[in-house]
Every structure is written in C-alpha cells, then in structure tokens.
Write a protein that binds this ligand. Structure first.
Ligand code: ZN
Length: 272
C-alpha cells in the first residue's frame, strides 16, 4: 500500500493499549496504517488524548462518551467547550447514545448528547457518534440540531437508517463486525452502500475481527485494518487499494482534513 491508510476510529489512548503502545503503533505503521482518528471519552481523558495524538501524529477529537455517562458532570461541558476552542480538534467525539447497556440513564445521555451537538454547531465541527440500539433516537437529535455531519461509528442499522445518516452529511464506519460471516446485514450494507458513504475503522481495542475472536475476545489493534479492508474489498468486488483510497478520501472529506494526507505529519516525533 502506498498511501497510509487512516484508521477512522481507534482509542490509542485506551488503558488496554498503554502497555505496549510504541510497538503497537510501529506494527500499525509497518502495515501501512499510518494515521488514526482518536476520540476521547471523558473530560478526564482529554489531556491524555491530546498528548498521545501529538506524540504519534494522530488526529484527536474531544467529547463525552455515552458509556461514561455516570462520570460526566455539567462542568465537563464547559471544559469541553474550552478544549474545542483552544485545541482545534478534527471533531466533537465520541458522543452519542447507547441503548444496549441497561444500567445507563438514557435521559442523562440525551441531555449530554444535545449540549454536545449544540457545541459542534457553535464551533462548526463534525461529530463522531456512537450508536448502539439507538439509531432512530440519534437520528432524531441530529435532525433537531443539524450539525454539519461526521462519522456514524460502528454502523449497525438498516439500509433506511444508513440512507438517513448519509442525507444528514454522515459517513458510516465499518470494521471488525463486518468480518464475521454471520453479520449478514452489516455485510450486505458494506457491499451495497455507495463507497462514498463508507469509512474503515478498527475501534481498537474493541470489536476484534473474526480471526481474533475469543473467548476471550482478543484485543483489537490498528494493524488489523488492512485485513479488515481486504474483507470490504472482497465484499464489494474492489481492490484493496481502491477501498483504502476511497475510505481515506471520505474521512478527509467529512473531517475536512488535507486531501493529500501525508504519511506522517510534522508533529510526529517518531524516532526522537
Ligand atoms: Zn469508540
């Protein structure tokens, strides 16, 4: 692969990856995955996400993730606003709604989600959304707040819902879930949606691809992305280079990155 493939969703700052992060990033670069979009998950992680992004040349996003709803406080939204103003991230994220984990307070999730959508609008930033058993609810608030678009990460909805996200300016993230032969709906969407609507992601350390399936499920990492991309290429009857180039271009378009994405930015201090 010539140009570096972008992992459009990867938690490089996750504690599960901290032990061997240097080697993990080296493995990622060695297989051509040279850029990563890294969304923070709570106010407590903003500084760590920024420092990690500077160190490896990743693109940070800042947001309050719905799974950490119990940790979030009203003042964290003010803190987020300061980070969006002062640090110019590529997006507000990871934000969204999770209807799968029953212990989460949905109304509280919605309250944080709405304020963050408003912040995205105020700062003219795209959003990176987590949508689990909440497709229609997320769409409802996106229609209400009309942000400029972004990435619907780990997409797992219907074709109709996919089309609605696209209409609202979103691309859909496909990753490890697509590699399981039983994931028929996701695989059909990956095969049939316009390529302009698809971006590749690992969601490392989560959503391990089929070849790393447990139990216990193995830790996912960005070096798996070329093999995940190869599954997408096969499903669509395209070449690996074609899906990689298209995914990169789609990420660059929705996150308004430089179209000619360099392998390693000036901020990258690899080797020093
Ligand atoms: Zn995530």
């Amino acid at each position: 692969m010539t140009a570096a493939l972008i992992d459009s969703h990867c938690h490089l700052d996750a504690p599960e990856l901290a032990g061997d992060l240097e080697q993990l990033v080296a493995r990622s670069r060695a297989v051509g995955v040279g850029r990563w979009v890294v969304p923070a998950v709570s106010a407590a992680t903003f500084a760590g996400t920024r420092d990690m992004a500077r160190r490896f040349g990743a693109w940070p996003a800042y947001g309050l993730h719905p799974l950490y709803e119990a940790e979030h406080r009203a003042e964290h939204l003010d803190e987020l606003a300061r980070w969006l103003r002062d640090e110019s991230p590529v997006a507000v994220g990871e934000i969204g709604l999770d209807g799968f984990v029953a212990t989460l307070d949905m109304q509280r999730q919605i309250d944080f989600f709405e304020v963050q959508l408003k912040l995205a609008r105020d700062f003219d930033l795209p959003v990176i959304v987590h949508i689990r058993r909440s497709q229609d609810l997320v769409l409802k608030y996106l229609r209400k707040w009309r942000v400029q678009g972004g990435i619907a990460h780990a997409f797992n909805g219907s074709r109709q819902q996919a089309d609605e996200f696209v209409r609202l300016g979103f691309v859909l993230g496909f990753g490890g879930a697509m590699t399981y032969s039983g994931s028929q709906r996701i695989r059909r969407l990956a095969a049939e949606l316009p390529m302009e609507a698809i971006v590749l992601e690992t969601d490392a350390p989560d959503i391990a691809p089929a070849w790393l399936a447990g139990p216990p499920p193995a830790r996912n990492e960005p070096a798996e992305l070329p093999r995940i991309a190869a599954v997408l290429a096969e499903l669509r009857g395209m070449t690996l280079a074609e899906v990689a180039a298209a995914s990169n271009a789609n990420v660059a378009r929705v996150l308004r990155l430089p179209q000619d994405v360099p392998d390693c930015p000036h901020t990258c201090d690899a080797g020093s």
